[in-house]
Design a protein around this ligand. Sequence first.
Ligand code: SF4
Length: 349
Amino acid sequence: MLYRKQTGYDEFKCIADKCPKSCCIGWQIVIDEDSVNKYTDTSGNFSDRLKAGIDYNEQCFKQNVTRCAMLNDNGLCDLQSTLGEDYLCNTCRMFPRHIEEFQDIREYSLSLSCPEVTRMMMEPDFEFGITETEDEVCDNPEEFEDFDFMLYDKLEYARDKMFALAKETTLPLQERMNIIACMALKLQEFYDEGDIFEMDDVTADDTFETTGTSAMLSLDNCIKGFDALIEMEVLEESWRDSIKAAKAFWIGHKESFTTWKDTMYPAAEKEFLFEKILECLLYTYFCGAVYDGQIYARTMIAVQSTRWLMMLDAASSQELAKTIYLYSREVEHSDLNVNALIEYFEDEL
Ligand code: SF4
């Protein structure tokens, strides 16, 4: 088995009660079967409180307004402090860690929805990277009976080229993103035509044919995309309001070329922050196309999310790190919303 981990994965530590946007607030925390059984078998003083905090029909923790029933007034988890970390359900034990499985390859990433992950990534000396280790472990091959290893191989190769481009600081990040988006269009074209082998030949140099398409940066297109975000399901209505405010800001600044240019072509220090977001999202989403063939849409989740974050940042006085983790909480942590984004970009084809 080959294991890939993004930089910081092993070093990550939850800041618990110091967290400005705890993952125990606002989300419905689903409990896996084994943990439900373990909780049912508990006895003693804490057991009654634990069992009263579980919604057995929905198989999740109940909420006190929007707070997990296990969270105490000090912002700490009573389940963890009473029964220990071993008693955490899979959702709580894993978050903000995310795993993608590709037959004998396992990719580990960190979710931007965790404020501590975002803080870590925004540090000036943090560079996005991936480390690899390997062992002799072999998982049950039946689980991946239909896995298209050839396609995965092509995607992996293309993603490496995209990563190299993302770091190509001789070009403005915006141009790097345009090229990556155009590469994705070309890759999608070959995939749709069944020319999987041609995918290896897609490079930054031959993406000029695809310029002028929706993949390229355009203010009108970015504003139109805000409507897709506004229509999504939200955890907090204030998020929808902030997208509406950003849309109004950009409609009001349509004629201001300087505002647009300064936002989309930020100074090197800020550009580096957005570069890391782009890389992180490419890592998380791109190779998942092996399962659904959505090469272009998955690339655009990374590219267009980065553009939207630039626009949201310019339209508000909020710290960029906060905008990023709120975006990730609202958009990435809902299958419905991710699917809506995939459909939105699919329609651009
Ligand atoms: S969001 Fe991150 S830092 Fe905050 S409580 Fe959850 S895991 Fe900890």
